[in-house]
Write a protein that binds this ligand. Structure first.
Ligand SMILES: [Zn+2]
Length: 249
């Protein structure tokens, strides 16, 4: 007799794909195992119990067992379907974008509780009407960079390590500010308010970022930095980013 070991995880569906005749492949971002791929057998049959729990953006409690290559979805319970995000183009684009970021920037099976929490917080905040969504996305990007090894250091010069209060230049090869004396190469000039805003976003929990009030120029500068680092460091460039920037132009 074979005993299957079942795992219970909390997870968000970040991507799905039709598989074979009736099945569905589901990419789950989980609290316990990081990003995993699971097969939901028969999920595309009209009466499948998996129908609603395998919709993109759905957050739920899932029970899985590990097969030879993939996890098998056994059952699930919705915690928040987040389907309200589908009714607003901005929210839909932003939530698709953060799912795509997890898909691109996180290795399968790599657990990171901090990143999972930030991701979930970002989904919940996108689902409210209380926040500046664009700033929320920048805050998530900055946290994601930090958790995946590309964290920005803006407190000291990334070349000579001298403490700096503020700078107008960020090195994109050293991921940090550059002081007045050091050579300015492979980087981007940004305004001092933008520099300080990134510093603020680095240190501030997502639900407190509403305290930051910035104009469009500063927003553009911050976006330039995060977009550049994200598009040049991971294996793929996020596609929804172009859609996102198009909306904002
Ligand atoms: Zn320096």
């Amino acid at each position: 007799m074979i005993f299957l070991s079942l795992h219970k995880v909390n997870a968000v569906v970040i991507k799905t794909m039709e598989f074979k005749e009736n099945d569905k492949l589901v990419w789950l971002y989980t609290d316990k195992f990081g990003k995993i791929t699971a097969i939901a057998k028969g999920a595309r049959k009209s009466k499948s119990k998996y129908l609603s729990i395998t919709l993109p953006l759905c957050y739920g409690e899932y029970v899985l067992f590990k097969g030879k290559n993939l996890y098998n979805l056994q059952e699930g319970k919705i915690i928040n379907s987040f389907q309200g995000l589908l009714n607003n183009l901005d929210k839909l684009t932003y939530s698709s974008y953060i799912c795509e970021l997890i898909d691109i920037c996180v290795e399968e099976g790599e657990t990171n509780q901090n990143l999972f929490k930030s991701f979930l917080t970002c989904m919940y905040l996108l689902n409210t009407d209380a926040l500046d969504y664009e700033l929320l996305i920048r805050s998530f990007e900055i946290k994601l960079l930090k958790e995946t090894g590309y964290g920005l250091n803006l407190d000291s010069c990334s070349i000579c390590k001298k403490n700096i209060g503020v700078s107008n230049y960020i090195s994109l090869s050293n991921y940090g500010g550059v002081c007045e004396e050091c050579p300015r190469e492979h980087g981007i000039y940004i305004s001092k308010p933008a520099y300080n805003s990134i510093k603020f976003l680095l240190k501030t929990p997502m639900d407190k970022i509403y305290k930051l009030n910035i104009n469009d120029d500063v927003r553009r500068d911050i976006r330039k930095i995060t977009t550049f680092i994200i598009s040049s460091n991971y294996s793929k460039k996020p596609k929804s980013l172009e859609m996102l920037n198009y909306i904002k132009e």
